[in-house]
Design a protein around this ligand. Structure first.
Ligand code: GDP
Length: 195
């Protein structure tokens, strides 16, 4: 897929703020620091469109990016900050829950997990949301360049087992550093959004 145009549209916290129209949406979820901004920038061949790292816990919004006027990337707020107050966590859950439950435009959720670590409690919770709302989803393993090729399968197995990944769920190894998996991710997106 060739991305001719990518632009930030809006940060939304509630359904009234979601963009109007029926363009398909691909959401990206993951723990803070998982490499979400880096992967988005790599997929779009752009630097700095999606903020890298930012301020922990501050970006509690759904960030919409319009691609080629055809579909949206929806960058879901990163989770897993240790010192986020309980009410912020509850707010996060409500916002994500509402989005996953109600948003018809949502065609695919990509949940990112770092190849080096066993999924955290929050990763498991996020996955359970996806399974609960029966949303089409894929697991995107980030930072593959950080481990040796020969170790890939071992790490993938830990991720699959810890999350309880449903049979048939795509798991794609990626690296924002080397570009590994980029084509596979675009093929997956094309299949779900039909572009
Ligand atoms: P975000 O908080 O999920 O948006 O994470 P970032 O994209 O800001 O990445 C967090 C850190 O991991 C940064 O220091 C990145 O340079 C690093 N990082 C992200 N992706 C990769 C990758 O594929 N390989 C390596 N080696 N480092 C990465």
């Amino acid at each position: 897929m060739i991305i001719r145009d990518a632009k930030f549209i809006i940060s939304a916290v509630k359904p009234e703020q979601y963009p109007e129209g029926d363009l398909p949406e691909v959401a990206l979820a993951g723990r803070s620091n998982v490499g979400k901004s880096s992967l988005i920038n790599r997929l779009l061949n752009r630097r700095g469109l999606a903020r890298t790292s930012g301020t922990p816990g501050k970006t509690q919004q759904l960030n919409y990016y319009l691609l080629n006027e055809d579909f949206y990337f929806v960058d879901l707020p990163g989770y897993g900050f240790a010192r986020v107050p309980k009410d912020v966590k509850a707010q996060w859950g409500k916002m994500i829950g509402t989005y996953l439950d109600k948003r018809e435009n949502l065609k695919l959720v990509m949940q990112l997990v770092d190849i080096r670590h066993a999924p955290s409690k929050e990763d498991v919770e996020m996955y359970q949301y996806l399974a609960h709302y029966a949303r089409p989803h894929a697991i995107i393993v980030t930072k593959a360049d950080k481990v040796a090729r020969g170790q890939y399968q071992k790490h993938v197995k830990i991720i699959r087992q810890t999350l309880g990944v449903l049979p048939g769920t795509p798991i794609i190894l990626t690296s924002a550093e080397t570009g590994l998996g980029k084509q596979e991710v675009w093929d997956l997106i094309a299949k779900y959004v039909g572009v």
